[in-house]
Each structure stands twice: as structure tokens, then as C-alpha cells.
Design a protein around this ligand. Sequence first.
Ligand code: S3P
Length: 175
Amino acid sequence: MGKKNNVILIGFMGSGKTTVGIRLSYRMRRIFEDTDKLIEKKQKREIKEIFAAEGEDFFRTLETEMLLHLEETVNNRVISVGGGTPVKEENRKILKRLGTVIYLRLSPETVYERLKNDTTRPLLQGEDPKGKIYQLMESRKEAYESCADIILDVDRLSVEEILGEITTRTGENVR
Ligand code: S3P
């Protein structure tokens, strides 16, 4: 199977993958897919319930299965994936085959500010969410960077500016 023509958004929790993905899909007139949402729909329960009942490893298996399913079934879409998806090497290979991978990079401070009141991310519900953000981001840095075709530093960019960057850099500057 050759490389597909999807646009895939990766990045840490809170980097705006879903918000940007939805807006980008309108702009590019493409269908939007979100692997977390697809997994929740298929499992008929929320991510945090899957983590609580089955643990993280089980969720990671579902993630890989969903990527393989998308590889077989879709093309020309905008796809956003969970923050942890690029950590597994197998997933990075699938993401690359799926299309152009765009990494929305941001600082741990911004992530903390955006997610300090969030209850939907099981990985950040412990005692020291700030420490966990720093530690997870550091450990994932290389995975994100090695997977990306395009890296955007989004800390100080509006959604509109991010869309502009992506459409310019993918040669999809249409409205
Ligand atoms: C995770 C990120 C979440 C979700 C799950 C695990 C992670 O997605 O897949 O809670 O490991 O970073 P978002 O990045 O959309 O929050």
C-alpha cells in the first residue's frame, strides 16, 4: 500500500489537535476524523472509563487497531490522534503511511494552563499534573519530532494563524 493523502495532526494533550482539525477540515473541504472519538464510539464508553476499567495498555492496543482500520478505509481526510499515539514505533510507521503528519508543538506551561481544570485526561489526574506534563512531554519529544513532516510552534499562534500555516505549507491554500 502506497502513502495516503490524509493530513494528520499530532501533539501533546491540549495542543489543539481537535479544534484545529475540525476547522482545517472545513477549510480544506475534507472529512474530519478523531481517533479518540472513533474509539469511544466503537467502545461505547469514554476514554477515561476505558483507562479505569482496562488500563492504559488496552487503550494503546485499541489506538493501533484504529489506525490500521483508518489506513485500510479512508483517504483525503483530516485526522487528529490522541497525544500518546506517536509514542509506539508501530504507530509512527502507520501515521507516516497515512499521509502528511503535522506536529502542533507547545510548551508545558501552556499545556498546564489549558488543562489544569480538565477531568477527561486520565494521565493528568494524579497528585502532580504539572510534573507529569513535563515528564511526559520530555519523554515524547523525540517520538513527535521524528514522526512529523511539519512542525508548528503553536504557543503564540491563533487557530486562524495555525490554519494559514498548515494550508500554506501543505500547498492547500484554498478557501
Ligand atoms: C492521551 C491523550 C488523549 C487520549 C488519552 C491519552 C495521551 O488525547 O488519547 O487520554 O497519552 O497523551 P488528547 O491528546 O486528544 O487529549
